[in-house]
Design a protein around this ligand. Structure first.
Ligand code: SF4
Length: 128
């Protein structure tokens, strides 16, 4: 397993106990029958490279965070950003139909309209 973790890890070297934590996660999930693993470690441990290595071992998955600053940090990271496709919150995208974001869009607030209706009417409008 050591060479696999070394190959999957996104950096050239490990910080602290990252290698041991990754091995422990893989053993728990793929050899010891656990369904979940919680990594409770302080800031600066390097949990993101650990998580990304675990996801690469699993072939795919989702890494979510409620922290916008962590999301921005990950999406701006020169090495880690190559390892995933980032998704943002709905308020961080501008809709191609309305020019607004979903959080502020009146259609999203309406119980009588839906995106599909708006999208269709815009497309019909474009075709005219
Ligand atoms: S709710 Fe629909 S129409 Fe409104 S901004 Fe979002 S995607 Fe666009």
């Amino acid at each position: 397993m050591t060479s696999t973790v070394d190959e999957l890890f996104p950096f050239d070297s490990f910080r602290g106990k990252q290698h041991l934590v990754i091995e422990a996660c893989i053993n728990a999930l793929y050899h010891d029958g656990y369904d979940n693993v919680v990594i409770d470690a302080p800031v600066g441990t390097g949990k993101s490279p650990i998580n990304i290595t675990n996801l690469k071992y699993a072939s795919d998955g989702f890494y979510t965070t409620p922290s916008k600053s962590l999301r921005q940090q990950l999406m701006g990271d020169e090495v880690l950003s190559d390892e995933f496709e980032g998704l943002k919150a709905r308020e961080d995208y501008t809709c191609g139909i309305t020019g607004e974001n979903c959080k502020e869009c009146s259609i999203n607030q309406s119980s009588e309209q839906s995106c599909a209706e708006k999208d269709r009417s815009v497309r019909i409008g474009v075709q005219k």
